[in-house]
Write a protein that binds this ligand. Structure first.
Ligand SMILES: Cc1cc2nc3c(=O)[nH]c(=O)nc-3n(C[C@H](O)[C@H](O)[C@H](O)COP(=O)(O)O)c2cc1C
Length: 205
């Protein structure tokens, strides 16, 4: 699968029904579409990855993990909305990244060819432009989760966009339809979106 120009993969590190970060990620997807780029929004909770365990993986990488590696690789950039748990990112986000960054192992749901294709753990990540968002009911907006997430993404050879946005007081920030109420907040999400699109065009990832 080749990488599609201007394609942006978007996801949040929460599966909570009324998650502020899922709402923020969907706002980012809307702004990507308005910028004439191509968003793909996915729900990490729907992937149903088991908790990462190398013994389990040695019996074969789950098919859903291979599909995510393919999807990550096929997009030029990503936007992640990260909740903050105890000053860091969530287990859901870390577990997803751990599976996606581990070299594939052949088994019932992963062919020898797929294992060979995904033997490099960084292949789904290398060269991706990543825009970071966060949302929290607190004043800091989950900013500390981004301070942990940025080096993690860089370690996987991603280009982390310098523009980022942490939405504070997220409990008051969205209307009944899940849209951001404040124009200034929308402009800050748009600044991240625009920088990711700008960078994927220049890097040609
Ligand atoms: C275990 C746990 C730890 C948390 N730690 C923090 C924290 O360090 N900073 C913060 O701003 N919010 C913290 N929160 C509150 C979350 O920001 C809040 O639950 C938020 O709604 C989670 O994101 P979501 O709405 O996208 O699910 C924590 C919540 C949980 C469950």
């Amino acid at each position: 699968m080749s990488t599609a120009a201007n394609s942006i993969l978007i996801f949040a590190g929460s599966s909570r029904v009324n998650s502020f970060n899922r709402k923020l990620a969907k706002e980012a997807a809307r702004l990507v579409r308005e910028a004439d780029a191509r968003p793909t929004y996915i729900e990490l909770g729907d992937l149903n990855f088991p908790l990462y365990n190398a013994d389990l993986e040695s019996r074969g990488t789950p098919g859903a993990v291979i599909r995510l590696k393919e999807m990550m690789h096929a997009h030029a950039g990503w936007i992640i909305a990260s909740p903050e748990y105890n000053g860091s990112y969530t287990a859901l986000l870390k577990n997803t990244i751990d599976w996606a960054s581990s070299p594939a192992k052949a088994g019932a749901e992963c062919s020898q060819d797929e294992a060979e294709n995904w033997k490099s753990g960084t292949k789904p990540f290398a060269g991706k432009v990543v825009g970071l968002l966060s949302a929290s009911p607190g004043m800091m907006g989950g900013l500390r989760s981004l301070e942990h997430l940025a080096p993690l993404m860089r370690n996987l050879q991603c280009w982390v966009a310098p523009q980022q946005f942490a939405l504070g007081k997220a409990g008051d920030a969205f209307d009944a339809q899940g849209h951001l109420k404040d124009e200034a907040a929308i402009a800050k999400v748009k600044a991240v979106v625009d920088q990711v699109i700008w960078a994927v065009q220049r890097l040609g990832t």
